[in-house]
Design a binder for this molecule. Structure first.
Ligand SMILES: [Zn+2]
Length: 394
């Protein structure tokens, strides 16, 4: 495999983490990427997802001063036309601002001074993709059509990939560079997530004078919750009620409680069973107190479940081996842009870029993992080319 330029890779990574890019403020990193990609021979298109998202959130106030951007789709024409078109994706936004970041490399580990996040999630993924493109060009390596997708607002609920017009993509397979694990771990499964809101309606009354005329929504909520199994239900299923609100004063029987929760599972039947269990728990509790309730559900993203027999996993495994590592297939409990791509019919896996303790000021990434993630991108590109018999490559 062609040499990865470690210094250039680390320098570019450090340059990118110094660009502040919290969700919906990706303008500066998008401009930086456009310039880099164009100099690497990509054609770059930016969509309207940034504006659409602000409009959706009803937050156009000061939109002119919010330095938002759209998703970037960058395309590089292949030199091997029979090779399947593939895409690599990473998100441009970071979970919070890292303004004033001081990042340093010490004994092969890159971290901050502990005052801000590093932003390796997901700039490590972006750095690996850019360095791979650099190596491709430098050594004139053969490759098929490539799409590089850089999304916005991933950290606020996969908004960029959701708003991306997937019909614009030609890729047959997707490789998302955004898993916290080491680069030899291929994430082939992720749950479906359903969020729910439960509203319990009781009846207000004076708590000291005539409490018997009231119906406590808090009492009904409490009984219901005590019959909901929460936390890890099994290996592929979790449930959480994360927010509960209600009541105004100690001397009023509370007439309204609202709860927000979520259920996730890689098994649709188990997911449905959990949600109907929650429904029955509150139905029973409300009946007991004479309260009334409503439960609304909203699908946040669909899960996916790939095996070693799926082509996209095979290609990822071949890439991991070419990068000199032993591949491992794993599942993950969170959602990522990978869920949205799979939902859109592009079989995709999430690949490790080695960022650890992400979303905290202790976040770090090793130089070795950055190099390995780059080799992985190159390895996948090479594996796709190798599927085309040598005699017919053109
Ligand atoms: Zn991420």
């Amino acid at each position: 495999m062609a040499e990865v330029n470690e210094q250039r890779l680390v320098d570019r990574f450090l340059q990118m983490v110094r660009i502040d890019s919290p969700s919906s403020h990706e303008r500066e990193i998008a401009d930086y990427l456009r310039q880099e990609l164009e100099s690497l021979g990509f054609e770059v298109e930016e969509d309207d997802a940034g504006r659409d998202l602000l409009q959706m959130l009803g937050d156009m106030r000061g939109a002119e001063t919010i330095r938002f951007a759209g998703n970037l789709i960058a395309r590089k024409k292949g030199t091997v036309h029979q090779a399947a078109p593939i895409l690599f994706a990473a998100h441009m936004d970071t979970v919070v601002s890292n303004k004033g970041v001081v990042a340093k490399v010490e004994e092969g580990v890159i971290r901050t001074d502990g005052r801000t996040i590093l932003g390796a999630d997901d700039k490590a993924g972006i750095a690996a993709m850019l360095e791979a493109a650099h190596v491709l060009r430098e050594h004139q390596l053969p490759h098929g059509d490539l799409e590089y997708v850089f999304t916005i607002a991933e950290e606020t609920g996969l908004n960029g990939s959701r708003l991306l017009d997937k019909k614009k993509l030609r890729a047959k397979f997707g490789f998302v560079m955004d898993s916290g694990g080491p680069p030899h771990v291929v994430i082939g499964a992720s749950p479906t997530e359903i969020d729910f809101t439960i509203k319990i309606y009781g009846k207000a009354a004076h708590s000291g004078v005539n409490p018997e005329d009231g119906i406590s929504a808090i009492a009904a909520a409490g009984l219901g919750i005590s019959h909901v199994r929460m936390g890890r239900i099994d290996e592929e299923t979790t449930v959480n009620i994360g927010v509960i609100k209600g009541g105004e004063r100690t001397n009023i029987v509370c007439d309204y409680v609202e709860m927000w929760g979520e259920a996730r599972s890689r098994n649709e039947d188990k997911l449905a069973a959990q949600l109907s269990g929650i429904q029955s728990a509150f139905a029973m509790a409300c009946e007991k107190f004479g309260a009334r309730f409503e439960m609304e559900e909203q699908k946040i993203y669909s899960g996916f479940n790939l095996s070693e027999d799926d082509d996209v996993v095979r290609l990822a495994f071949a890439g991991v081996r070419k990068a000199g590592m032993n591949p491992e297939l794993a599942a993950r409990g969170g959602g990522s842009d990978t869920n949205i791509l799979n939902e859109a019919g592009i079989p995709s896996v999430n690949l490790g870029v080695g960022a650890s303790n992400d979303h905290t000021s202790q976040e770090s990434v090793t130089v070795q993992d950055l190099v390995n993630a780059t080799k992985l991108v190159l390895g996948i590109i090479e594996s796709v080319v190798e599927r085309v018999p040598a005699g017919v490559r053109a």
